[in-house]
Write a protein that binds this ligand. Structure first.
Ligand code: FE
Length: 354
């Protein structure tokens, strides 16, 4: 028996309540209460930031289109969309990191769309070339250093972190994490696979400890004196600086951000992005939703509540990240990060990066 989209939605809900998906589930469920004007959009989201609730609420306020959200891990949501096939209720799939966006694209999750609004306000290197997905916010992968141990003058490039002078000093998370995979993918693109592998070996040799935890844990380990520098996405550090833990803020007094590769290709930048699902039942609303994400109001939410860099020209970053100053970004097309992902994983594995 062929299942209707409605029963698939209900099955989704059952699966969610049965904890088949991890992560919080929006209280705006259940899905599928379609109005005659189809005033809804179904968003499958692998982003788990409180700011997203603000975004969805504002979209509904501005357009009258209701947002139904299903949250989960990227791989789980991709599997679900594949299983649902052409009856999938998914209109939009949102995730972080170009590597994840690429994997979803490879699994047939997205369809190409064109919109002058999206093309005008999202720089070309931050869009999948055929319109399958679009970046709405950026994060830079930076070096966080304790200035009492490492002066900014001693730092230069990611490549330099493989130098033996950093032996036992580098805090960085595991190779299973997509952020590091994308960083290595960018190196394959710029420096070639052989150089990228040599770099990974150098990083492994220089690690202050076996990789464990997320980016925030690397910064905490830096504060605890376990290493002299940490590799992290910008928003994690900004959250610590912008949080209400005064003891931590005091401990971070001598800790600074360093933007690598300013004299060459620029600092590695990754994205949060989304695209229209291949079998979207509310395609017009889905495109409206994407266009909303690049609107000045939505860009301000990305910047303000989640400390990501806006993609739209003229949109301002939050004061905490703006205080770090302008920096040169690596402008390779983010789709390249996905294309090189599989090779990056192999290289990191061969280099013994845990
Ligand atoms: Fe993150």
């Amino acid at each position: 028996m062929r299942l209707s989209r409605r029963s698939l939605l209900n099955k989704s809900l059952l699966a969610v309540s049965g904890a088949a998906l991890t992560g919080a589930v929006s209280t705006r469920l259940p899905f599928g209460q379609a109005r005659a004007d189809s005033g809804e959009v179904n968003v499958y989201s692998a982003r788990h930031y409180p700011a997203d609730e603000q975004l969805f609420a504002l979209f509904t306020e501005q357009t009258g289109i209701k947002v139904n959200q299903l949250q989960g891990k990227a791989e789980e949501l991709v599997e679900r969309i594949k299983l649902e096939g052409d009856q999938s209720p998914a209109d939009i799939f949102v995730t972080v990191d170009a590597g994840n966006l690429w994997r979803a694209q490879e699994q047939g999750v997205y369809q190409s769309v064109s919109s002058s609004e999206l093309e005008q306000h999202i720089p070309a290197n931050l869009r999948e070339p055929s319109g399958k997905w679009f970046a709405f916010a950026k994060r830079a992968r930076v070096i966080i250093h304790d200035t009492t141990k490492v002066k900014a003058e001693e730092l230069s490039t990611y490549e330099n972190l493989a130098d033996p002078k950093w032996k036992g000093r580098v805090l960085i998370r595991s190779s299973s994490n997509i952020y590091n995979q994308s960083l290595v993918a960018s190196m394959i693109h710029t420096d070639g696979a052989e150089a990228a592998e040599a770099w990974c070996k150098g990083i492994v040799a220089n690690m202050a400890r076996e990789p464990k935890g997320g980016d925030t844990d690397q910064i905490n380990a830096l504060v605890a004196g376990e290493g002299d520098l940490a590799v992290s996405n910008t928003y994690y550090f900004a959250r610590m600086l912008g949080g209400d833990d005064d003891t931590l803020k005091k401990q971070l007094e001598n800790v600074r951000v360093f933007f690598p590769n300013q004299g060459s290709r620029g600092t590695h930048v990754n994205v949060s992005g989304a695209g229209v699902a291949a079998h979207s039942p509310n395609k017009d609303n889905a495109i409206k939703f994407l266009e909303f994400l690049v609107s000045p109001d939505a860009q301000a939410i990305f910047a303000g509540a989640n400390f990501e860099f806006p993609v739209r020209d003229g949109a301002e970053a939050s004061p905490i990240i703006a205080a770090w100053g302008k920096f040169k970004e690596d402008e390779i097309n983010v789709a390249e990060l996905g294309k090189n992902n599989a090779e990056a994983v192999k290289i990191m594995d061969r280099a013994g990066w845990a």
